[in-house]
Design a protein around this ligand. Structure first.
Ligand SMILES: Cc1cc2nc3c(=O)[nH]c(=O)nc-3n(C[C@H](O)[C@H](O)[C@H](O)COP(=O)(O)O)c2cc1C
Length: 317
């Protein structure tokens, strides 16, 4: 199961970086014969396909949009090769940990699935179910159907062929959470999910339910009414994304995460030269993802699963 989840984070074709990491997960400790043995689980994922040389010029001319400038000024010993600790590479470990966590929360009937809602100007405008999200595993862009997959792929390839990049939106659905699940205040389920999403490199926004659209809706439109259905309390709609007061209201938790366009691009960009202390330009020639979104879908799922498990561990069930 860990290998299957890792495969979903891997770059494919021209829509991801040409770097080819094996992403082989070595279970150093804590798993015997495919089962947890009670010890803390220690995972090791070696970096294989590395080329630090392409990063050396960023010591002088930091890339706009990436972490180079603040990192170099803040940490004089910052190792820029592969972007150091600001690389999307760290998300490999998150996906591996998430694959284990998904198995733990599945025992409580909790399921996390995500898909690509948009890439550049290609948007999926249909209402999507958790089954649709699951189905996106069959498409490289993590779109919900083949037509959207083709259009999103074309959009990414077109930007990439111009030495440019595109961003997009990942939507995530969590089901199986009982009414009342979640902490309050700073530990609220929405607060913790948002914090986790912002921990993913390139995330620039998170919205729940109708999100920013709620700003133009009246209370009579945005409140999700309650009804008994076979003795169970259900909501009639899901404008609020399944969370009120930081706790689950019984509807599926639905949120979206926006990822900016990949900062490393082949076009010349304005920057400063930290050595000559003059204005300069920089062009990136390394191997980068022209779009982060398809790979980020697996990361969003993993982060959401880890957040839910963390809330359970802290007694917020
Ligand atoms: C899965 C994944 C892959 C990424 N690949 C790249 C990449 O190839 N090139 C790049 O410049 N940034 C890439 N990023 C984004 C940078 O890591 C991120 O933009 C940078 O650390 C700055 O952080 P911020 O965008 O959150 O401010 C990737 C992020 C993720 C989640």
């Amino acid at each position: 199961m860990i290998a299957a989840e890792m495969a979903l984070r891997k770059p494919t074709g021209k829509i991801g970086t040409p770097r080819r990491e094996k992403d082989e997960v070595e279970l150093v400790q804590g798993v015997t014969d495919g089962r947890a043995d009670g010890r803390p689980i220690l995972i090791r994922i070696a970096n294989g396909d590395t080329d630090g040389s392409k990063y050396m010029k960023f010591y002088d001319t930091p890339r706009p949009g990436h972490a180079d400038l603040p990192a170099l000024l803040k940490f004089p010993d910052h190792d820029l090769r592969g972007s150091g600790q600001f690389s999307g590479r760290l998300t490999a470990a998150i996906v591996a940990a998430g694959a284990i966590t998904k198995q733990v929360i599945a025992r409580d009937g909790i399921q996390v699935d995500a898909f690509t809602r948009s890439v550049g100007d290609v948007a999926d405008t249909d209402i999507r179910t958790q089954a649709d999200a699951r189905n996106s595993r069959g498409f490289a862009t993590r779109a919900c159907d083949a037509v959207l997959d083709d259009r999103m792929r074309a959009c990414i390839e077109s930007a990439g062929s111009e030495g440019d990049s595109v961003g997009g939106v990942v939507e995530c659905v969590i089901t199986g959470l009982p009414i009342g699940f979640g902490g309050i205040w700073f530990d609220a389920l929405d607060a913790e999910l948002a914090k986790a999403m912002f921990g993913i490199p390139a995330c620039k926004g998170v919205e729940f339910g109708d999100g920013f659209g709620l700003g133009t809706m009246r209370g009579s439109e945005s409140n999700d009414g309650y009804r008994f259905d076979d003795g169970r309390i259900v909501t009639e709609s899901n404008h609020l994304g399944g969370i009120v007061g930081g706790m689950c209201d019984g509807a599926p938790v639905v949120f979206r995460t926006v990822f900016k366009a990949t900062p490393s691009i082949g076009k010349p960009q304005d920057t400063v030269n930290l050595r000559t202390e003059e204005n300069d330009t920089v062009e990136v020639t390394g191997r980068h993802d022209p779009c982060i979104v398809p790979r980020a879908v697996a990361v969003v799922e993993a982060m959401a699963a880890l957040t839910v498990a963390d809330q359970i561990a802290r007694g917020y069930r």
